[in-house]
Ligand binder design. Structure first.
Ligand SMILES: NC(=O)c1ccc[n+]([C@@H]2O[C@H](COP(=O)([O-])OP(=O)(O)OC[C@H]3O[C@@H](n4cnc5c(N)ncnc54)[C@H](O)[C@@H]3O)[C@@H](O)[C@H]2O)c1
Length: 347
């Protein structure tokens, strides 16, 4: 790939997926040359087609799995990669309880293969998609969650993400390294919404996230939305989560690039610092879509903490990051706009 640009060349893993495709499109908008690798196990070819349209000669897609170290080396050398944004992962909590080995293999062994390829290709900067699932079930006095809270994940997905954070931390601290690794882990809370120009959006199959699930009911592709538990110790009895717009999340990655320092590992929460209950989210979906969105009440799911929301002061203080979409309705309406423009997603 030709790279006559002053912006660093970026390798995006998992760029056919929801968040990776939004990051890739923002990087292309900002003038970077972007190479996406993805094995398409969960991603969408439609997202790749959109990135190719936007990026032209500055965009390249290689179908490649994380465990193919040799191919990753080839890709990094051919694209003169300077920074890796690592989104590729298996990311369903429930599935991780059923298939733990697959999760550790994909998310930890795959990550190690990526790091080996980076080392061999002299690429020393990485921004990693971590998650609030690494915190497990914090006690109510630890909400909002600060980065310093002891991470005690309660499922294989969260553990796999924490293990890769630990590998990054150790690599950054490697003794006697003339060209040390620089790594940042961003611990996302609940990500939602879509590109404002509707070029890419959220199309998970199967879908497990509340906002798209509720919007699918409004779009008449699902009959009702399930509420898992109405007896939590929260103001309306349903679970409270922190919803961050995908464009704001990507903006945190852009800011993280300039904070990458050789030999240093940093982790920041990315959330708005405000919690919204499941009922509030469904109400917002009703307001935005004008649809009544029938709900069903189910029992609590194992491992669903009553409240999870971020203390996001550290990323604001250190990276000057602020969420632009501070209102839930703004996030929901962005997701709804994409769904209306793409009623069958990328299909
Ligand atoms: N969506 C959220 O709310 C959320 C919250 C916290 C953290 N995260 C993290 O953000 C990242 C992106 O999440 P997403 O919602 O975009 O997921 P996604 O499933 O839409 O995208 C992940 C992409 O990675 C690819 N992939 C998976 N394993 C791979 C492998 N071994 N080799 C190559 N490609 C592989 C998939 O094909 C897919 O395109 C993940 O690491 C996830 O853990 C997401």
């Amino acid at each position: 790939m030709q790279t006559p640009h002053s912006q660093p060349n970026i390798l995006v893993t998992g760029g056919a997926g929801y968040i990776g495709s939004h990051a890739a499109i923002r990087l292309l908008d900002d003038g970077h040359a972007v190479t996406v690798i993805d094995n398409l196990s969960r991603g969408n070819r439609g997202a790749i087609a959109q990135l190719a349209r936007v990026g032209g000669a500055r965009f390249c897609f290689v179908e490649c799995a994380l465990d193919d170290t040799a191919k990753l080396c080839e890709v990094m050398r051919a694209s003169a990669t300077e920074i890796v944004m690592h989104f590729a992962a298996l990311a369903y909590v429930g599935e991780s309880m059923e298939r733990p080995l697959e999760y550790f293999t994909n998310n930890v062994v795959g990550g190690i293969s990526l790091l080996n390829a980076m080392c061999a290709s002299d690429v020393r900067k990485i921004v990693f998609s971590s998650t609030c699932a690494t915190y497990g079930e914090p006690a109510s006095e630890n909400i909002p969650i600060q980065e310093s809270l002891l991470q005690l994940p309660i499922n294989p997905y969260g553990r796999s993400k924490l293990q890769f954070e630990e590998i990054l931390r150790a690599e950054c601290a490697r003794a006697n390294d003339a060209n040390p690794l620089a790594a940042i882990a961003l611990r996302y809370f609940n990500v939602a919404g879509a590109d404002r120009a509707l070029r890419v959006g959220e199309d998970h199959r199967p879908e497990s996230h509340l906002i798209p699930l509720a919007l699918e009911v409004a779009a008449n592709t699902r009959e009702s939305v399930m509420i898992f538990g109405t007896d939590y110790p929260t103001h309306d009895g349903t679970c409270v989560r922190d919803y961050v717009h995908v464009e704001d999340l990507v903006d945190a990655h852009i800011k993280a690039i300039s904070a990458l320092q050789g030999g240093e590992f940093h982790a920041w929460n990315v959330g708005t610092g405000r919690g919204h209950s499941v009922r509030e989210v469904i109400e917002s979906c009703r307001r935005i879509t004008g649809h009544r969105i029938p709900e069903r009440i189910g029992t609590r799911r194992a491992g669903d903490p009553a409240q999870l929301f971020a203390d996001a002061r550290a990323i604001t203080r250190d990276l000057h990051w602020h969420a632009q979409h501070t209102e839930l309705d703004s996030i929901v309406s962005s997701a709804w706009n994409w769904m209306q423009a793409n009623p069958c997603g990328y299909q």
